[in-house]
Each structure stands twice: as C-alpha cells, then as structure tokens.
Design a protein around this ligand. Sequence first.
Ligand SMILES: [Fe+2]
Length: 303
Amino acid sequence: MTANPVQADPAPADRTPADAATGILTDLRYDVAPITPFGLAIRATEPGLRVEHIPVAPLRSLVRAHHVVLLRGFGVFDGPDALSAYCERWGEPSVWPFGTVLELVEKEQPEDHIFDSSYMPMHWDGMYREQIPEFQVFQCVHAPGEGNGGETTFSHTTAVLERTDPATVARWSQVTGTYQRAMEFYDSVTVSPVVTAHPVHGAPVIRYNEPTAAGDAGFVNHPDLRFTGLPDDEIAEVHRSLRAALYDPAHLYAHAWQTGDLVVTDNYTLLHGRNAFTSGAPRHLRRVQVLGTPPLDNPGLVR
Ligand SMILES: [Fe+2]
C-alpha cells in the first residue's frame, strides 16, 4: 500500500474558528507543515515564542481536523503545574489519583508495562475510566535520544476504515472486545465493538486494544482480552488484518520525540501505542488528558 498522506478531515463549520486558524497558518512566526501520513507541525521560527501565545480555539480545530498537532521549538513549561494550567485552557483535564499530569518515565521494577521500556500495544485512552478524554497533551521533558526508539505511535482509524475493503471492515464490525485490566489506578472491565461511531460526528472509528504478541513473557501486567462475535479462527484473522491495517505506514505516524516537543492528539479518532526503547534511555514525557465538551461518559465501562 502506498504511503500517501491522509487528507485532513474538514472540521465542522459550527465549531471552527476558521479565521483564527488561518491566522496561525499564515503567521510568519510559525512554520506550518503537514506531517506524513497525517498531522500538522507548527514550528517556532524565532526564539522566545510560547504556545500560550497561540489561541486555543483554533488549535483545537486543527487537532480535530489533523488529529495530531506538533508544536516544536517553543518555550517549555517549567514544571507539571504549568503544563496542567495550560491544559485547563483546552478544557477540563481528567483527574487521576496522582492529579492531572502523568509522569511517563521508566521505572526500575515496573509493576505495569506503562512504566517499562517495552512496546505498548495500540489502545485508546480512558478505555477503563468513567470518562474518555478527547485530547491528549504530551510534553517531552527529555527525549530518549537518537537511535533509542520510544516513539509514540498513532493510528488514524477513520482512514483505516475508509481504505480497507468493505468485506474486511464488515468482519471487523462483527467483533466485540471485552477488556479487563487491573493496575495501580483502576480495576475495570470495558466492552466495546471494534468498529463504533465517533462520539461527536458519528463517522466510524476503531476502538481496539491490540493483544500483545503470544509468548511475550517480558510484558509486565497483561490485560485480559477476549474477543467474541466470530469463530476463533476468524477472530485470529481479524487480529491479523486489523494489526496490518493499523500499522500500515499509510495510516501510522510514529512520533520521534525531541526535548521540548508539545504534541496534542485526538483520542476520539486515533489509537496509540509506543515503540520499545532502550532501557535506561532518558525518555521522560508528561501527559495530560483533556475531556471533551461536554465530557464523554465511557460507553463501554462495565465496572
Ligand atoms: Fe495511552
């Protein structure tokens, strides 16, 4: 399959501050360029610029249209509280037992794969929580370093569905995932069809937690995943074809972090994961989740 860029979805006119978005796109202080195969990069072209200078309303529209917006070369937030305060401009942040800012740093003896250096299977954020965030805001406090991996991977699920043959999509649509996961911050069961509707505009999206590779004994704290709706051999084929489509370079963007990057993503449309990284590499991300307007109650949460 060719890796031609995915077209940005037109944002609904009723929530698009189009003039303001055009302002960002034409402001000479910012170098704006598409990311392949999807996403938009906004780079500061002079020192001293800060993301707080850019109005949030048009940025929100750009994230909804392009699904990933990278802000690079801007002044950095000097701590988690400053990042959290900025994110409140985007909407209501998800609050966790640890607060709003997740410090993503490898731990020495991780009790969960999120704090390991292993790969992270594709999933959507909030799948085990009361509410599903619309946006994820990531700040790269320290990049893992050249050649150390640790890219955050994003798959554009509406593009996957548009570009996959209808018979295959019909098979996927027969399958429902039941996901159970217990970790430090929750112990939940979620049930979701693999193909479901975007909660705002209703276009088909994929909600799927990719099973880890069979025999991957090093993967810490496996979730318990069950898939129903088709015979087992056909389910196996669904996993194979889904994985191939989600990781097809035409639909997958792997963000290689540079220190100082701020990346805002559309969790309603994308699935995301992580490439493994060199254990001990200085990878440090901060992540805040921002709820939609109004917040989206998790339609799949059983308990
Ligand atoms: Fe996540």
